[in-house]
Structures are given as structure tokens and as C-alpha cells.
Ligand binder design. Structure first.
Ligand code: BES
Ligand code: ZN
Length: 657
């Protein structure tokens, strides 16, 4: 629970951090200002830090939530909502049950963003309602609007009548034309990091955990699913009930509504999808059940009951989202050859790292994503072999090395300082792959057997809890480092967690398969090897990705045309390979791809696949092309992707006074 520190102390630190936060909030009004703020924080980072005498406890503060969670803590939600497609609104009420950590607390402070609050009532033990005072503050660009509800003595439940609005940052509303079936609308949520507040008034911090129940009303012909128990083959009647009996942070509350069908893949696994993807996704992801068995054998029982997948429309802004019991998955990984199913291993792995043991603030995201990337790769090694897991690691690390070159230096630190920035704006491969390599480093130093034991105990000790990086450091010290002295130094741990860029002693995963690809590539580039003689028929998608990613940045257009003719790269149906090829083509001005590029950008909304392409277009002065295509594509993108691409294609001008 949330009882780490005496409240007075937390409040004092909180007050300090709010001042800092407000100061930086002012600098959040434009993207340019946010960039300046991040540059300033980098400069500050480079300066020598003054010695702090008293222990700095600011790491315990969640600067991205207004919630007074150390006074009054939410414990359970009862949602009663109608899904109004014509108005693009969720409308109804939520009952919030809470525990008073401070017996004299007189207010419940919640996070909201773009919500309309109609009425707040207090509910007594007989269910009687009486109106309650509330204040909805002005909107902050990053945090949204603080909602303060006055509490009555002894009261333990409030009801909020509200609706979300069409611009909700955590919801996407798709018209029938934007779906695969073209007949029915679709709506889905994406709450991580701080978007649950755009569809539920809640203490939107990963340090809060709630159980929830929900009644959801939809048009009769549609099916609703949630990150809760979903009864396979639920009859369609427009009235659905859900129960999530395990306590989860609000960023894991999720809903999807559409013309969905269910197909079973195993005793506790299945897919929900529009008819168009149902069979292909059930086949592509048929190993999901086995992945659960593998992970259980390594890290202990899967504690969430069923594990289903919801296949979303291609506009889903992420590859996947680990909503408990029901991961949300992009259809762009249905490649036909299981080449991209590490995504499923990743979202499943979050059932241990992230959903069971959770980062307490968004500064600690690496505790979710680094651990998950590590477990993901271990699952892939077991399901396939070392060859596959090594190739995947080598690709990730090469991507990371490339990415850190252009990141603000402060964003390369695992225990990142966010200074009031939106966590989405600091999103990168660092918490994923640098975090993963830290764990690989520990595994190598302590041996796999010892490290696995440590991880098992960690998942057990922190099950259904949230923790910060410094809390993890203490735990690591006690249960691994001090137990087996002489294996790693404190300086090494500090460098991993608190220093920018990548440690020189970072593991450097290699793949034998890639060494062969490199040799063939060098011979092709030097003219020693004709493409006809290059033996590529057994190359996996990973080998192709490595090959394309490592072609010389100044490769001639003739050579590109030759490759294209021999291997049909422009028309490849693998979305990752297409991404790598299109990026190279943009950078080299290989205009042959332009129609394919346009189709790609219009049909896919996954940020990881589209954002680097828009960036490359802008960097290579093909802004007119980017703007023209984006004008067509934008309405099909999720609000989060729209925000990111808006800033790239139409960078905010500095505000002139
Ligand atoms: N939880 C993340 C997605 C996320 C992170 C959303 C931070 C919002 C804020 C999810 O588990 C994830 O990491 N997805 C990756 C998967 C990939 C690393 C295999 C993605 O979407 O690409
Ligand atoms: Zn993840």
C-alpha cells in the first residue's frame, strides 16, 4: 500500500515538488518550450550536482498526478457507462470506494482531463445519495484538471456522474469506414501513461491500485471487452458486466467495443477480433498458451486467470498494451510467419513485470519495460532457440545505440528526471533495451540460476505492489549484491541507473547469423557478389532487417533499384521490413517507393512505424510530401499519434509576444 512515509514528510516533499511542477507546467504550453525545458535539464545535469545533506525523498512523488493518495486512497471502482458512438462519449457514473489513511482527511483529490462532471454525490451504506460539493480546476496542459471532492465524516464512497468528450486523449472512436468490416464503429482505450483520467475521474497514478466492476451499455450488435474477466462467447445484447478482482493501477483499466468475434487458441487463451483478422491472428499467435507455460516455469504462476488478445484496428498507436487478462495488439504484427510474435511474449511478460510488480512513478518506467523486455527475450529463447533470441537482442541493441545519439542526454538515464513533462514525450527505447541490458549484465555476473532465483523472489515479494527505482536498488543490494559479494560494484550499478548514455561494459549481443549477412552485404556493395548469387532464400525477417538497417547510408540509387528488383522490397508485406526499407529510401531519395510510402502511412497508425518515417521526410526536405500525406492520414490516427506527428510535421513556432 501507500504507506511508505509519514504523511507530513510526504506532504512537505509534495509541496516542494508541486512548486517545481507548476514552474515547469508554465513551460509546457508549447512543444518548443517543452524542448527548451528538456535542454535546460540536460545542461543542469552536466553541471556538477551539489552534495545533498538530507535524504532527497522526491523520488517518492508522482509528479503526474494531483491525487492526495497519501491521505485518501481509492480501493475499488464501480463503473456504469454507456458507449455513445454518435456523440463520441462514455456517459454514466463511477462509484469510488476509498480508504482514509488520514482519519481527518476532508477531501478526495482526483485526476481528470476533458471530462464533463455533472454531479457528485456521497453514498451511505444503504445506498442513499446526497449531493456533495466539488471543484473542477482549470486544465493544465500536461496533468489535466484537478477535481476536488469534499468528503463527509465517515463517508467511504462517492459517486461521480460524468461524461468523457470526443477529444479524450485515451480513447479512439473509429467510424465504420475506418474498420476492417466497414459496417460498424469501433472504440478502444489506451490509458498508459496518464490517459485513464480522460475517461474516468480517478487517482491516476501507478502507485494506486483498485479492483473494479463495470456495467457497459453498447449498441446491441456490438461486443464490449475489458481488462477484466471476459466470458468467451458472450452473447451479444448490448449490456455487459465485468469484474476485475485483482487490484491494478488505473493505467491498466481498458475497454474495447466493436464488431468483435472470439476464437479460442487454448484452454486459457483466445483472440477477440473483427472477422477480418480472426483466423489469421489465432494462427499467428497460436503459441500464446505455450508462452504462458514457459513463463510460469521460469517465474512462477500466471495469477490472472485467462489471457486473451484483442486485435485492434491498424490505427492502434502501439504495438501492444499489456491490459491485464486482455492484451491489446496491433494487427501490423500478423506477418503470416510468426516473425513478430515477440510482441505477444512482451505483453504476456508484463503479467509479471508491470501488472504484478509495477513502477510507482513514470520516472521508473524501466522497471516495467526493462524487466519485461528481459523476460520477453527469455520466452523467445525457450519457444524458439538462442539463435532467434540473439538476433532479436542484437537488433534491439543496435537500434538503441542508434537512438541514443539523437536523444536529449537526460532521456538516456534509466531513472529519468521528467520535471513535469508528459511521460509520453520522453518515451524511447532506453527504458526497454538499456533496462534489459542492465538485467542481462546482472545475469552474466551472477549466473542465470542465481539471477532467476532473485527475479522469482522479486516478483513474489512485490506482487500487487508498486515500487520506485531507489526502492529497487535497496532490494537488489540486499537480495543479490550483498549476498554474493565481489560480483558487481556500486559504481557499476550507479552508472546503469543514474548516468546518461550507455555503459562501456554494456553487454553487446551478437548473432552468428548476422555475421554471415554482413559478409554477403559487404561483397554486394563492393561489387564482388552479384545479387543472383547471394543466397537469401533461408533468411529470416530478422536477417532481412539487419541487412537493410546496415546498408551504407550513401548506397547508390542503382544498387537500391537492383535490390528492389531482386527482392521486391518495396512491396514486402512484412511491416517491419517495409518500415526499414522505406526509411532508407526516404533518406536516399529513392522516390520509387513514394506510392507505397503513402499507402503505408495512411493505412497504419502505430507510432513506432510511422513517426521515424515522418521525421526522415522532414529531415530530408520532403516536407511537402509529408504534409500532403499527413493531411489524408491524420483523421485515421489515434489522438496520441496525431499529437506526435503534429509536432513533427508542423513544429510549433515559438510564441512571440
Ligand atoms: N506498455 C507498453 C506500451 C506503452 C508504454 C504505452 C509507455 C504507453 C506508455 C507496451 O507493453 C509496449 O512496450 N509495447 C511495445 C512492444 C514492443 C517493445 C515489443 C510497442 O508497442 O511497440
Ligand atoms: Zn511493454
Amino acid at each position: 500500500m501507500n504507506k511508505r512515509l509519514p504523511t507530513m514528510l510526504v506532504s512537505a516533499v509534495l509541496a516542494m515538488s508541486l512548486i517545481a511542477c507548476q514552474q515547469s507546467e508554465n513551460s509546457q504550453t508549447t512543444k518548443t518550450d517543452a524542448k527548451n525545458a528538456s535542454e535546460k535539464s540536460q545542461q543542469a545535469m552536466k553541471k556538477e550536482m551539489p552534495k545533498v545533506e538530507a535524504e532527497d525523498l522526491s523520488y517518492l512523488i508522482d509528479e503526474h498526478s494531483y491525487a492526495n493518495k497519501d491521505e485518501v486512497l481509492l480501493t475499488h471502482l464501480d463503473l456504469d457507462l454507456e458507449v455513445l458512438f454518435d456523440k463520441k462519449q462514455l456517459k454514466g457514473h463511477v462509484d469510488l470506494s476509498f480508504e482514509r489513511l488520514q482519519s481527518n482527511a476532508q477531501q478526495l483529490i482526483l485526476d481528470t482531463r476533458d471530462l464533463t462532471i455533472d454531479r457528485v454525490t456521497s453514498i451511505d451504506s444503504d445506498g442513499n445519495e446526497t449531493d456533495t460539493q466539488f471543484v473542477l480546476a482549470d486544465k493544465d496542459a500536461v496533468l489535466g484538471s484537478k477535481l476536488t471532492v469534499e468528503l463527509k465524516d465517515g463517508e467511504e464512497k462517492v459517486r461521480i456522474y460524468y461524461n468523457s468528450n470526443p477529444q479524450a486523449s485515451g480513447l479512439q472512436w473509429l467510424t465504420p469506414e475506418q474498420t476492417a468490416g466497414k459496417k460498424e464503429p469501433f472504440m478502444f482505450s489506451q490509458a498508459q501513461a496518464i490517459h485513464a483520467r480522460s475517461f474516468i475521474p480517478v487517482q491516476d497514478s501507478p502507485d494506486v491500485r483498485v479492483t473494479y466492476k463495470a456495467n457497459i451499455k453498447t449498441p446491441k450488435q456490438l461486443l464490449a471487452v475489458m481488462s477484466a474477466y471476459n466470458e468467451p462467447n458472450t452473447p451479444l445484447d448490448g449490456d455487459y458486466q465485468f469484474d476485475m478482482p485483482q487490484a491494478i493501477p488505473p493505467y491498466l483499466i481498458a475497454i474495447g467495443v466493436g464488431d468483435l468475434q472470439f476464437k479460442s487458441m487454448g484452454p486459457r487463451t483466445g483472440v477477440y477480433s473483427e472477422a477480418a483478422y480472426l483466423d489469421s491472428s489465432a494462427k499467428e499467435f497460436e503459441d500464446t498458451e505455450q508462452m504462458i507455460d514457459i513463463t510460469e516455469a521460469m517465474y512462477g504462476p500466471y495469477l490472472w486467470g485467462r489471457y486473451d488478445l484483442l486485435i485492434l484496428p491498424p490505427s492502434f498507436p502501439f504495438g501492444g498494451m499489456e491490459n491485464p487478462r486482455l492484451s491489446f495488439i496491433t494487427p501490423t504484427v500478423i506477418a503470416g510467419d510468426k516473425s513478430l510474435i515477440n510482441l505477444i511474449a512482451h505483453e504476456l511478460a508484463h503479467s509479471w513485470s508491470g501488472n504484478l510488480v509495477t513502477n510507482a512513478t513514470w520516472r521508473d518506467l524501466w522497471l516495467n519495460e526493462g524487466f519485461t523486455s528481459y523476460v520477453e527475450n527469455r520466452i523467445m529463447e525457450e519457444l524458439f532457440d538462442e539463435n532467434r533470441s540473439e538476433m532479436e537482442n542484437a537488433l534491439s541493441v543496435q537500434g538503441l545505440r542508434q537512438q541514443v545519439k539523437s536523444l536529449p542526454v537526460g532521456d538516456t538515464i534509466l531513472h529519468i528526471t521528467l520535471d513535469g513533462r508528459d511521460p509520453d514525450d520522453a518515451f524511447s527505447g532506453v527504458p526497454y533495451t538499456k533496462g534489459q541490458m542492465f538485467l542481462v549484465f546482472l545475469e552474466q555476473r551472477f549466473g542465470r540460476e542465481t539471477f532467476d532465483k532473485f527475479l522469482n523472489q522479486y516478483f513474489g515479494d512485490f506482487a500487487f505492489k508498486s515500487l520506485t527505482t531507489p526502492e529497487f536498488e535497496k532490494y537488489l543490494d540486499k537480495h543479490l549484491i550483498a549476498k554474493y559479494p565481489g560480483k558487481v560494484t556500486q559504481a557499476e550499478i550507479d552508472e546503469w541507473l543514474h548516468s546518461p548514455m550507455l555503459p562501456e561494459f554494456m553487454p553487446n549481443p551478437q548473432s552468428n547469423a548476422f555475421i554471415k549477412v554482413d559478409a554477403a552485404s559487404a561483397d554486394f556493395i563492393s561489387g564482388k557478389l552479384a545479387l543472383n548469387d547471394m543466397v537469401t532464400d533461408k533468411w529470416s525477417i530478422h536477417e532481412w532487417l539487419h541487412f537493410i538497417n546496415n546498408l551504407p547510408q550513401d548506397i547508390s540509387l542503382e544498387k537500391m533499384a537492383e535490390l528492389d528488383k531482386a527482392f521486391d522490397l518495396t512491396t514486402t508485406t512484412n511491416n517491419e521490413v517495409a518500415h526499414a526499407w522505406l526509411k532508407l529510401a526516404i533518406n536516399r531519395g529513392y522516390g520509387v517507393v513514394n506510392q507505397r510510402l503513402e499507402d503505408y502511412l495512411i493505412s497504419i497508425g502505430r507510432r513506432k512505424l510511422i513517426v521515424p518515417l515522418y521525421k526522415a521526410l522532414m529531415d530530408t526536405k520532403q516536407g511537402d510530401f509529408a504534409k500532403r500525406v499527413y493531411a489524408i492520414a491524420r483523421s485515421g490516427y489515434h489522438p496520441l499519434a496525431q499529437g506526435t506527428v503534429d509536432a513533427i510535421v508542423n513544429p510549433a513556432k515559438p510564441v512571440s509576444k
